[in-house]
Design a protein. Sequence first.
Length: 258
Amino acid sequence: MIIIDPGHGGHDPGAVGPRGLKEKDVVLAISLRLAELLASLNAPVKLTRDKDQSLTLDERTTLANSLGANLLVSIHCNSFTAPTARGVEIWHSYKGEFGDRHYGEAKRIAGILQQQLVQETGLLDRGIKTRTVEQKSSPLYGLDYYAVIRKANCPAMIVEIGFISNPTEETLLASREFRDKAAGSLGDGLIKALGLKPKEQPVQLPPGLKETTIAFEELELKGFIVDGRSYVEVRKLAEAMGAKVHWDPVKNRVEITK
Ligand SMILES: [Zn+2]
């Protein structure tokens, strides 16, 4: 189970950009898209929130731990007093409440995600990092500084996608195109890191139907025959013929365009 955690939410806006963009909205959009991508690969995935909702750090890690998560990816944007600060970085597990056994795997996955993010978004590479509590008098001394990482019983990481405090990156973070790109890069990273494969679901024909094969060049599709007419998955055939297929669930209508 992969847990995607959109940071902040509800009464906590997270960091706010110079033009008023809220971190909670950016990270929710990216997380929803990422979860959708993973679900389309039939990967087991769950979001800690899928709407503008307040959640404590405990609620996030409790959910992950109770589901037996294999990975917790918390999505954030960075912020700094100097507006020139920019780029992407990932904080990952070092030593949490469950010990240091998630360190190696967290570091490996964070490295792949970071590389993919930098490559696909073109943002500055600030690297992957760990951060521990440095105050010697603290009972948490030497443990992961960030609670969402420290309390997770799985490899965990905070992905900081750009600086919302940087006007250029705020503009990027506000755009649908960039959000999709960021989500896509994390999806590609997880596919690499976890060896996810798109799963083809075999077509289940209703019993009693006569099967047939519909061939278009090298593509062979399984179909069936009713009353002497052949039926086949329209998306696969139309896309193979170079058309675009759009399903409108409101009109209950498939639209094919060239
Ligand atoms: Zn944040």
